[in-house]
Structure formats: structure tokens, C-alpha cells
Design a protein around this ligand. Structure first.
Ligand SMILES: [Zn+2]
Length: 542
């Protein structure tokens, strides 16, 4: 009668993994790690859950391998798969700590809380109010009324989102260790094994203020008790990956029912739980630099994580997320990319790849109102040449390319307003047209940007690639303007405004081009002859 219920995440199958041929298999943590080299990636409709599972796997692999010097990472990679014996050893010591419904040591929960529902119990729906509704931009279902009951697998997935994504929500409910969730960046390899290897960190790339390795306490080494609203002053790296921002206790029931999230029949369901404020760091605590997040820093102010912004395409943050800006140390504003990417250029880790290697990077984030309200998530893959990632000046041209694109956008945006001088009557319609013009402009540039980035990696002369990009931006801006102007109307006034607007656009974009692209000898000669010619003409006409 010790444990009435059991669902052990180490042994029981719950992680869906995709093989290179697209076949799926569902495995527990032990098998997922032992066979990580057989699978391409974790398969899961919610990217937030993928981040949750990935960060748990990273923490376990980190604890098993404990790499200290670059050659440790190299050996790990060259082995081609994780060491079965070491995984078995870890399991022998800690498997019992992965049981969701253990009476005394429940996984990610506080054992002092009741396992039976009482009047303080909350709906289990709080764990999954990020259910996707399946539209193009995936929005979230708000509230948790639809969620009546969850199977053990869905409960586990919901709980794993807490360390990376728990947000603040009034009444003393604070966010998890990274505050309002940043965009998380993960290097992606050809297999799950490779992806995890690239995310295992050497001591130098862990947060500098992290507790020493031997004093670090991931959930499998921590006492299964979480103080209500407890402030944690010393945090280890593995503790941070499994940070329990909520004090939870699941209250399982043995009844055969259908899970509200995945639709599976289950003999054990969770309808209620205790769900309270758990761990947080004191307000005055030093800044925590998550190795998978990027930051912007301005002078003495604490760094601000890069987060999704409404209406802003993610590649505009390309520099901040991935690259080094150059060696200008006098800058007042600077970028801090995820330290997991800094590790990519450590010898001999870097020797494992060819110089023309293109690294896949997956970015996952969710946009909130900075509190508990969640608007949408993003999940985007970028291919970045290694040559660019490891170059200390890799961000110079990319930074200027994005700046140029942003200027192009603001030119056409301003000219559109000025030329069509939206009257109060038509104001709303014009404003919509103008917004749509800007969105289309950014969408049309995206594929060209990918090509530009890949070209930069291999280019002997990156400036020439930048000049090509500037031409693409100008052509794209003019086209976006023309397309939008066409829709204004075909009365005489509109037509006149349209012609004027297009001329003005062309002139402004020419100036923009000049700012980024130096004049060629041929252009210089042409300009000088043009200057001379009109003078002659005016004279002869007189
Ligand atoms: Zn389920």
C-alpha cells in the first residue's frame, strides 16, 4: 500500500521521438537517452513542451557527463552515442526520483502537500493553458475551463514547461528564473544525440554566478520539499534548468477516462492539484544569464533578454541572437548572445566540423503581456554558417544589412502617409493598407535574408554580399510601395499621388543605397558626365 499510483518518467514511455524516416516511437527518459542517436528529434505539437523536455534531457546528460575541458566534449561527440553503462548507473541511483505519483518523493513536486483533493485544490488546467488552436500563428486557448482531466503523460509535459516558461500572475505569483520568458536558442544536430551534445556545457559557459558543480542540486538531488514562495539565494546551473517556480502536488484518481489534452484513454487521471508559488530569486539577486538566451545590455543597466515582439519578424534580431558584433569595446549598447553558441568556437570542439558547416539553430519563444496572458508562440529554425558564428566580426555586415532593411521599411512607411495624406474619413483604410505594406515588405525579404546569410559564410568579400543585399532591399521596398499604392484608388487625385509617391520613393531609396554602397568608378564617371550635360543643353536651348 506504499504507492497507490505510479508513473515513472525514467521507465514509462512518454516522449515521442521521430526517426529520420519519419516513424515515431514513444520512449521513457532512459531509452530516449540510450537511443538518442537513432532519432532525429523530439516530436511534440507544443514547442514549449519541446523546450521543457529538451532542458530536462540536457540537465540529465550534463549531470552524467560533467565535461570539464574541450577534449571531454570531443570524446563525447566522437563516441556517436551516450554511454549505456553511465545511463544505467544514473538510473540505478536516481530513477526513483522520476515518479510523478510517488508518495514520498514525487517528481517536481512537494511531498508535504496532500495527494487527496481538498478545498484548496486547483484545476489541473493551469498546467496546460498553452494548448494550441492550430492556426497559422499559433495562439493559445485562454483560461482552463476546457481542461478537466489529464493523463500522466500530459501532466508531465505541462509540469516541464514550468522552469522555462512560468510567468507572473498577480497575487504573489512570480515568474521562473528567467523572468518574462526569453527566446530560447538551441543548436540542432542531425540526431537528438548530436543536439544534446552541442548543448552540454563546459564550466566556462555556465552562468558565472552559478553555484559550484558539486553543490548543484537538480530536482533528482534536491529534497522533495519546496517551501511556499521560497527565495533561493544560491542557484546551481542544473538547479536553474529544473527551477521549481511553482509548488505543485498532483492528485491522481484511478478511473478510466479520456485525457482532455491528447485524447488518449487513461486509467489514471489527474483532475486537481495543489498549485502555489514555489521558488523564486530575491529581487536584488544578481542577474542570471541563461546559456540558451540572448540579451541586450546598455551601460550599467542589467541586461534585457531578447523576447518576441508583436509585428517584428524574428530575423531582425539575428545579430542579437547568434553573432558577435566586433571588437568595439567602447560601445554603450551591446549584445550578449547565448553562451551555448560561444562554446561552438572552442578548440577542439570546432575542429569536429568542416569550415563550411552550416549550423541549425532552433528558436522558441512565447509572447505574453509580460504577465500571465499569453498571446502566441514562435518556433523558427535558422541555418547559420559556422564561419559566421565563430568570427568575432561575424555580426558587422549582418548588423548593417538589418539596419538598411529597417531604414527601407521606415522610408516607404513615411512616404505612403505623406503622399496619400490619409484624411480622417479614409484614415483607417489607409492605415490598414500601410500596415499591410510593411508586413508584406518584411515577409518578402525573409527568403532573401536566408540566402544572404548563407552567402556571407562562404564569401571571400563580405562587403560585396552586403551591397547585393542593399539592392535587394531597395527593389523590394519599391515593389512593396507600388503594390500598396495601386490599391489606394484610380481617381485622378489618387493616380497623381501614386506617381508622385513612386518617384519620391525611388529617389529616397537611391539615397539609402548610396549610404551603404560606395560609388563604382563607372557610376562616378556617369554622374560627372550627367552633371555636365544638362548645362550644355540649357545653354543651347536659350
Ligand atoms: Zn494526455
Amino acid at each position: 500500500m506504499e504507492n497507490l499510483f505510479s508513473f515513472n518518467l525514467w521507465h514509462e514511455p512518454w516522449i515521442t521521438l521521430e526517426k529520420p524516416d519519419g516513424q515515431m516511437e514513444v520512449l521513457g527518459l532512459e531509452q530516449a537517452l540510450k537511443r538518442a542517436h537513432e532519432f532525429r528529434a523530439i516530436y511534440e505539437p507544443s514547442p514549449l513542451v519541446i523546450v521543457g523536455i529538451q532542458r530536462l534531457l540536457i540537465a540529465i546528460v550534463q549531470d552524467i557527463c560533467k565535461p570539464q575541458i574541450p577534449s571531454d566534449l570531443r570524446r563525447l561527440w566522437l563516441a556517436g552515442q551516450f554511454d549505456d553503462d553511465k545511463i544505467a548507473q544514473f538510473g540505478a541511483t536516481f530513477a526513483h526520483r522520476f515518479d510523478l505519483f510517488s508518495k514520498d518523493e514525487p517528481f517536481m513536486q512537494s511531498a508535504d502537500l496532500p495527494m487527496k483533493p481538498d478545498k484548496a485544490s486547483e484545476t489541473v488546467g493551469y498546467l496546460v493553458d498553452e494548448m494550441p488552436s492550430g492556426t497559422a500563428v499559433t495562439h493559445f486557448k485562454h483560461g482552463s475551463d476546457e481542461i478537466k482531466q489529464l493523463c500522466p503523460v500530459c501532466v508531465a509535459k505541462g509540469m516541464l514547461c514550468v522552469p522555462a516558461f512560468a510567468s507572473s500572475g498577480g497575487r504573489g505569483i512570480k515568474p521562473s528564473i528567467n523572468g518574462v520568458p526569453p527566446i530560447y536558442v538551441f543548436p540542432i544536430g542531425k540526431t537528438l544525440f548530436e543536439s544534446l551534445c552541442q548543448c552540454v556545457l563546459l564550466p566556462a559557459f555556465k552562468p558565472t554566478i552559478a553555484e559550484k558543480e558539486n553543490a548543484d542540486t537538480p530536482i533528482w538531488k534536491r529534497e522533495p520539499l519546496i517551501g511556499r514562495g521560497i527565495e533561493i539565494t544560491q542557484v546551481g546551473y542544473l538547479h536553474s534548468l529544473t527551477f521549481l517556480a511553482r509548488r505543485i502536488r498532483l492528485q491522481p484518481e484511478r478511473v478510466t477516462q479520456v485525457c482532455s489534452r491528447c485524447g488518449a484513454h487513461t486509467e489514471v487521471v489527474v483532475k486537481t492539484m495543489v498549485y502555489e508559488m514555489g521558488e523564486s530569486r530575491p529581487k536584488e539577486a544578481a542577474f542570471w544569464q541563461d546559456p540558451f538566451a540572448a540579451f541586450r545590455k546598455q551601460e550599467a543597466k542589467p541586461p534585457i533578454p531578447v523576447r518576441p515582439v508583436v509585428g517584428k519578424v524574428l530575423w531582425r534580431d539575428f545579430n542579437a541572437l547568434f553573432l558577435k558584433e566586433g571588437s568595439d569595446t567602447n560601445k554603450k549598447k551591446f549584445l550578449i548572445r547565448p553562451s551555448v553558441l560561444d562554446q561552438l568556437d572552442v578548440e577542439p570542439w570546432i575542429d569536429l566540423f568542416d569550415l563550411d558547416h552550416v549550423q541549425s539553430l532552433r528558436c522558441v519563444g512565447m509572447r505574453t503581456n509580460m504577465k500571465a496572458k499569453i498571446f502566441e508562440w514562435l518556433d523558427i529554425n535558422f541555418d547559420v554558417p559556422l564561419a559566421l558564428l565563430v568570427d568575432k566580426n561575424g555580426g558587422i555586415q549582418v548588423g548593417r544589412a538589418i539596419e538598411c532593411a529597417e531604414e527601407g521599411a521606415s522610408y516607404i512607411f513615411a512616404i505612403f502617409k505623406k503622399e496619400f495624406n490619409a484624411s480622417a474619413k479614409n484614415g483607417e483604410r489607409f492605415e490598414k493598407l500601410r500596415q499591410r505594406m510593411r508586413d508584406k515588405y518584411w515577409a518578402a525579404l525573409a527568403p532573401s535574408f536566408r540566402i544572404f546569410i548563407l552567402a556571407l559564410g562562404a564569401a571571400p568579400d563580405r562587403e560585396t554580399e552586403l551591397y547585393r543585399w542593399v539592392d535587394v532591399v531597395c527593389a523590394n521596398a519599391l515593389e512593396a510601395f507600388e503594390n500598396a499604392a495601386e490599391q489606394v484608388g484610380d481617381d485622378a487625385t489618387s493616380l497623381r499621388q501614386r506617381v508622385q509617391g513612386e518617384l519620391r520613393c525611388a529617389a529616397e531609396l537611391k539615397k539609402l543605397r548610396k549610404k551603404y554602397v560606395p560609388e563604382t568608378e563607372q557610376e562616378k564617371t556617369e554622374r560627372e558626365t550627367k552633371k555636365v550635360k544638362p548645362k550644355k543643353n540649357t545653354r543651347s536651348n536659350k
